[in-house]
Write a protein that binds this ligand. Sequence first.
Ligand SMILES: [Zn+2]
Length: 151
Amino acid sequence: MSYTVTYYCPRCGTLASLEREGYLDDKSVTPYPLEGWTYAAPDESFDDADGVRFVCGDPRPGLTWETPPTPDDGTETTPAAPDHDPAETDDGDEPPGCGEPFYLSFIRFEGGEEVDPRSPSEQVELVDDESPSGPGGPRGPGGPDTGGFWG
Ligand SMILES: [Zn+2]
């Protein structure tokens, strides 16, 4: 079953609509690849990949781009004149997208656990009891009446 999923370019906000089959959990969309992830092009089979490498604005089979509508509450570039620039509304002038790559990463599982790209594979070492527990700290073991409130 094929359906369309959409992503926003993390750089410029251009909307990518990608048709794909099957269900894969998306983890994140990032401007840079995650370490250890394998990326396929949008028109490749990414069954064996861990993510998809998009080039913003680069249309592929099954992949379309569109510039998201500008919110109306922006006051900085509101033209005073009511007349429209025809080049601004048509798609002949400027294609959507910034041309920069970004990366959709699927959730990876290894040994039944989700791989978290933010924590490298090093183990967290437990602190031994031998290590000094440090000074008592500014609060110390004293009572709860040492100025918890300012007023
Ligand atoms: Zn972009």
